[in-house]
Design a protein. Sequence first.
Length: 421
Amino acid sequence: MKIKLEHVTRIEGHASLTVMLAEGKVYDARLRYEEGARLFEGLLQGQRFYDAPSITSRICGVCPSVHNVTALKAVEAILGVQPGPVTQRLRRLMILAQWLQSHSLHAFFLALPDFLGAESALALAATHPREVAAALRLKKLGNDMVFAIGGRSVHPITTRVGGFSRVPPAKQLQKLRDRLAGDLPEAVRMARLLGDLGVPEFSRTTTYLALSDPDGYAYFDGEVCSSEGFCGTADDFCHTLKEEVRPGAAAKAGSLGGKGYFSGALARMNLSGDRLGGEARAVVDASGFTFPNHNTFLNTFCQTVEIVFALEKSIELMEELLSADPGAEPDAMPDFTVRAGSATGATEAPRGTLYHFYRLDEEGIIRDDNIITPTAQNLTNIEEDIKQFVGERLDWEPTRLVEGIECLVRAYDPCVSCATH
């Protein structure tokens, strides 16, 4: 018997699915990202180091800022550039704003209809107008933050190696800070709503990977750590992770030690959830869910917790910037000498840990590069989840089973554009 799904709905991009069953067992599950290879890694080779951030931001329209900042981190590590405190805070704000944009889109427009029995977000607008309005405000807030800092709401243009060409004036930061504080209560309410809706019963032990920072919930800096207790640098993991090239497929499939692993909000919660505070911590406690947790469907709830965290952390960062009089001034651009070398930058993109590796020659030309996106990393783990999910539900009607599989895939929030970079 074969289950064939030509189009997995409500995800970023086009994916198809094939599940093979025989004698009451699932012996294969293949998720295929149905978009052409875009060859960004080849495009980068031969380009100057300072072009990497702007070129890679074009990989995705949902998370361009994360690619931009991660490329900057890698290039600066090669050149020995240490950005100043204003630059560091603004880049952190760009990452958090990307979480607001992306998580709001996925959790409330793509995934929430599954939990409320609606066909789409358009249907929710009629039955849950307050929730849809709140989700739109949160997403717009993230867009406006990126616009203020990066110069555009997609594909930032103000970032530079070592700093920014301009920084938002204090008045603009203050308005954003006030909006963040004003939207926080509604974000908390939305996260509690997701927590109260519950999730399908499912549990499969796998490896979780994410940045980990002893000083707090990691999203920008820290070592890469696994749920098995191993921690290392971004370079360690970038060269340890394996990417399988499958015949006829435009996206690689990630594995670690020959098995799939999970990167994303659930992984971050499993590894760093005990470091949450404030309203984000209160949302988790009120939900009754405990972490670490092996239920993939909880990834969406974890994203809503991260929305609350992003709002709280952004308020804190903006207040630090505003504490200067008359406000944040650009850091002095650091002096550096172009040199040969290689390094990996890593940040927590909305869907998981993103790695950018570059090797420069003595003139600053990119001679080798490797970009490992969360959706490519998660592909093997998604397929392993599907095998168990279907195997536990062989008595379900086909239509119900397909709907359940789609819901499981959506829980990962796959981004096909990033996977086929």
